[in-house]
Write a protein of this length. Structure first.
Length: 307
């Protein structure tokens, strides 16, 4: 177990580079308006990972007959990714420059983070991602247990349902990218906030009125996943659309804030679940409300920028 923990720590450290740097590369090579569409495409592709990974893991286990040999698959994936990165992806840091690039590049990490944490747009976008992730993790922490206990759906059925939700999330991300080009990032982000808030409210109200049924759980989940496809790529684009010189720092800090807060929601959900889903439904609703308040923070920053 100690070897596994150490290896997983190293794997997580290396794996984090992909999500962080890919966003910085997109920001380096596109305008803020174009980055929203590009990031929505990346988000749609990444959304397929939770659906594909368990299938590959299951096939690998059947082929090798030993769960330890699944690490051979992850090693192969690492090599397949490394080769094109090494030979095909150029350095993008100097692709574009803005008026503050030269000065900000000389800043320390502490000064860059201070700059980002003073930005309402960055903070609001990061919190949108954080509370979106929080609502998702709150349900995921107990979802399999709840479906098995309340609806008699075991692990396989839950996996199929979760795969369908993942497909919906990917399609929604793709749609949001197209809409952002036509209507603008902030309008699409607001649409996601409204859909997400409606999903959270339905989670709580329907469960309170009718208890745990297929309708009271599936309908809010469909709305939530659809809304998340709007929220994640748009908030990401907003968070990294500031100064080019801090694109890497903003992408990394954005992920850290989002996943840390989202993880805390998961811990809270798991800790308070005692067989009663009501507190979980309340947590999910609160997360959507906090997401809406975070949008107001972004909106305030947008107004300040143009005053």
């Amino acid at each position: 177990i100690n070897a596994l923990i150490i290896a997983r720590f190293l794997q997580g450290t290396g794996g984090s580079v992909g999500s962080v740097i890919s966003r910085a590369i997109i920001r380096d090579t596109t305008s803020p308006e174009q980055s929203a569409k590009a990031l929505s495409r990346v988000t749609a592709i990444m959304g397929s990972a939770p659906m594909i990974a368990p299938v590959i893991g299951g096939l690998a286990y059947q082929f090798f007959g030993n769960p330890n040999d699944i690490f051979i698959i992850t090693a192969i994936f690492g090599i397949v990714v490394l080769v094109p990165i090494f030979f095909k992806i150029p350095e993008t840091k100097e692709t574009k420059k803005d008026d503050l690039t030269q000065t900000v590049q000389k800043d320390t990490w502490l000064e860059k983070y201070k700059y980002l944490l003073s930005s309402k747009i960055f903070l609001g976008s990061s919190f949108i991602y954080a509370f979106t992730t929080g609502g998702f993790f709150s349900f995921l922490a107990v979802g399999s247990t709840v479906f098995s206990k309340e609806l008699g759906i075991e692990a396989t059925g839950f996996g199929v349902m979760w795969s369908l939700m993942t497909i919906l999330y990917s399609l929604s991300s793709f749609i949001s990218g197209n809409l952002s080009e036509k209507y603008g990032l902030m309008k699409v982000l607001l649409s996601g906030v409204i859909i997400n808030l409606a999903a959270g409210s339905l989670f709580f109200l329907l469960f309170y009125i009718a208890g745990f049924t297929y309708l009271t759980i599936i309908l809010p989940l469909v709305l939530m996943f659809f809304g998340h496809g709007f929220l994640v790529p748009m908030s990401t684009a907003n968070a990294v659309s500031g100064k080019l010189a801090v694109a890497g720092a903003s992408s990394g800090l954005y992920s850290s804030i989002g996943l840390t807060i989202g993880g805390l929601f998961s811990i809270l959900s798991g800790a308070i679940y005692d067989g009663n889903f009501s507190p979980i439904a309340a947590i999910i609703m609160i997360s959507t409300m906090l997401c809406a308040l975070s949008y107001l923070l972004v909106q305030s920053g947008e107004r300040s920028r143009f005053d």
